[in-house]
Design a protein around this ligand. Structure first.
Ligand code: KIV
Length: 278
C-alpha cells in the first residue's frame, strides 16, 4: 500500500489494516502478511524496552527501530512515531527528528495532538514528509489525562476532538489515528473527514484499524480490553522454551548420534557452507 492509496480507499470503503513492528524479525512477518502498512510506534518504549509508558521513547530509539523495520518492509508504507516532546522544542529540532526518522527508512511520521504544534505539522508536510495525525487517548499525554482514560466522552471534549480532526485534515495530514474514543464519536469524525480514520479502541465505524502486534499475538502483558488476541503467543513460546529446557536436561537435544570421520560440520547461521570451526 502506498501513501496515495489512503485517499483512494476511503471512498469505496475499503478498510485499511495497520500493525506495529519494532524489530527486523517481526517486521519480516508483517511484510509477508496481507496487512497494509506498518507503524513503528513509540509503544516500543514499553513493549521492547520495558518502560512504563511511551514517554521514555527518544528520537534515537525511534530511528534505531525504524531502520530495523525498514530493512524488512519494502512493499508497505512504514510510518514512525514522533516521540514525546519532539514536536515541542521548536521547528529546527522537530525537523532534525523528522530527518533522522526519514533517513532511517520512515516514509511518513505520526504526530500526537495538534494544539500548539499545528505550524510544525504543516511545515513537515510542506517539506514532503507525510504526516499521520493521532487524537483521542494520545499516550504521550497520560500525565495530563491522569492515566489511560478514554477521551471524548463528554460533549465539550467530543466537540474539541471533532474540531481538531478537521484541523489536521486542513493542515494536510494523510490519515488520522483515533484512539479510545466512543464509537459514535469515531463514526461522526470518520464521516466528517476526506482522509481515512484508523481506529484503535474506537469501535468498528472507522476506515481501518491498528493494533500493537505483541498485543494481538498475546506476547506482551495483559492488553487493553479492546484488543482481540489472535494467538496465545506467550503460552506457545513458554511451552517451546520449556520443551527445549527439558530436552537439554534429559539429554534428548542435541540428538545423540555416533560420530564418524565423514560427518559434515553443522551449518552455521549466515552465508552458505561456512564451517563453524574454520
Ligand atoms: O505507539 C503506538 O503503537 C501507537 C498505536 C497503538 C496507534 O501509537
Amino acid at each position: 500500500m502506498k501513501i496515495t492509496d489512503f485517499y483512494k480507499y476511503k471512498k469505496p470503503g475499503r478498510k485499511i489494516s495497520v500493525i506495529t513492528a519494532y524489530d527486523y524479525t517481526m517486521a519480516v512477518l508483517a511484510a509477508e502478511s496481507a496487512i497494509d502498512c506498518v507503524l513503528v510506534g513509540d509503544s516500543l518504549a514499553m513493549v521492547m524496552h520495558g518502560h512504563g509508558s511511551t514517554i521514555a521513547a527518544t528520537v534515537a530509539m525511534m530511528a534505531l527501530h525504524t531502520a530495523a523495520v525498514s530493512r524488512a518492509v519494502k512493499e508497505k508504507l512504514v510510518i514512525a512515531d514522533m516521540p514525546f516532546l519532539s514536536m515541542r522544542k521548536g521547528l529546527a529540532p522537530a525537523m532534525r527528528a523528522v530527518e533522522k526518522l526519514a533517513r532511517a527508512g520512515a516514509q511518513a511520521v505520526k504526530v500526537e495532538g495538534v494544539e500548539g504544534h499545528g505550524k510544525i505539522i504543516a511545515h513537515i508536510i510542506k517539506s514532503d514528509m507525510p504526516v499521520m495525525g493521532h487524537l483521542g487517548l494520545t499516550p504521550q499525554s497520560i500525565n495530563k489525562f491522569g492515566g489511560y482514560k478514554a477521551q471524548g466522552k463528554d460533549p465539550a471534549s467530543a466537540e474539541r476532538l471533532a474540531a481538531q480532526a478537521l484541523e489536521l485534515e486542513k493542515l494536510g495530514c494523510f490519515a488520522l489515528v483515533l484512539e479510545c474514543v466512543p464509537a459514535a464519536l469515531a463514526e461522526r469524525i470518520t464521516a466528517s473527514l476526506r482522509i481515512p480514520v484508523i481506529g484503535i479502541g474506537a469501535g468498528q465505524f472507522t476506515d481501518g484499524q491498528v493494533l500493537v502486534m505483541q498485543d494481538m499475538l498475546g506476547l506482551y502483558g495483559e492488553p487493553p480490553s479492546f484488543v482481540k488476541k489472535y494467538l496465545d503467543g506467550r503460552q506457545l513460546v513458554v511451552r517451546a522454551l520449556n520443551e527445549f529446557d527439558s530436552e537439554i536436561k534429559n539429554s534428548v537435544f542435541p540428538e545423540m548420534k555416533p560420530r564418524t570421520f565423514s560427518e559434515q560440520p553443522a551449518k552455521v547461521r549466515g552465508e552458505g557452507n561456512q564451517h563453524g570451526d574454520s
